[in-house]
Ligand binder design. Structure first.
Ligand code: FDM
Length: 212
């Protein structure tokens, strides 16, 4: 738990291509921080449990068709639905580990050909992560890891484009981790990076908004 009333939790986002190891690393990090006595929760976007989330899930599993702009705005709405809870949790001292966020939103939609700035616009005003851990892996390598599932977007050529668009989003909050390394090596590097940022937030770093 937080050391004093002012200490807040950190917003730690994981990004990367499908099969880059985000979900495994988020799980390991959660146990690690819990073990150290931190208040911490694991979140993911899309959050398929909400009503907007169910529309997104139907789209991803090819049960429904939507215009590219429409689905983009739904992904964004899915994050807006959680914004105030996110702020409450962070201010109460809980660190949030988030599997995908606005960077996925922009990278995937702009990879389809939508205008990059148009894609960023609905994300303006969401809480900016204190840290983005980008798990870096070539699309070819990711595809070799047991192959992709059957969801929309899980195709090599498209993932290549997504990687190019992710690169355009890199800013000072990003830490790039080589995700071709073993799970254990990645885990060790992630722990070190994250712990440093959690400490900075406890010392009173202010929350900020996307994109600034
Ligand atoms: N995705 C995810 C988007 O296209 N936009 C978004 O805003 C988010 C959060 O949804 F292919 C894509 C990325 C991925 C798919 O993600 C589902 P998970 O992590 O496989 O559930």
């Amino acid at each position: 738990k937080g050391a004093n009333n002012e200490s807040r939790g950190a917003l730690v986002v994981f990004e990367g291509l499908d099969r880059s190891g985000k979900t495994s690393q988020c799980g390991r990090l959660l146990s690690y921080l819990e073990g150290l006595g931190h208040s911490v929760e694991l979140w993911r976007f899309p959050d398929r449990s909400t009503s907007v989330g169910q529309m997104i899930s139907a789209y991803l599993t090819n049960k429904s068709q939507l215009d590219d702009h429409t689905i983009h705005l739904l992904f964004s709405a899915n994050r807006w639905d959680k914004r105030s809870l996110m702020e409450t949790k962070l201010k109460a001292g809980t660190t949030l580990i988030v599997d995908r966020y606005s960077y996925s939103g922009v990278a995937f939609s702009s990879a389809k050909g939508l205008d990059f700035e148009w894609c960023k616009a609905p994300e303006i005003g969401l809480i900016a992560p204190d840290l983005v851990v980008y798990l870096d892996i070539p699309a070819e390598k990711a595809a070799e890891r047991g192959g992709y599932g059957g969801e929309r977007y899980e195709q090599l050529e498209f993932q290549r484009k997504v990687a190019q668009h992710y690169k355009l989003l890199e800013d000072s909050s990003w830490e790039i981790v080589d995700a071709c390394q073993t799970l254990e090596v990645v885990e060790k590097q992630v722990k070190e990076i994250v712990l440093e940022h959690v400490t900075t937030c406890q010392k009173g770093k202010a929350l900020s908004s996307l994109w600034s």
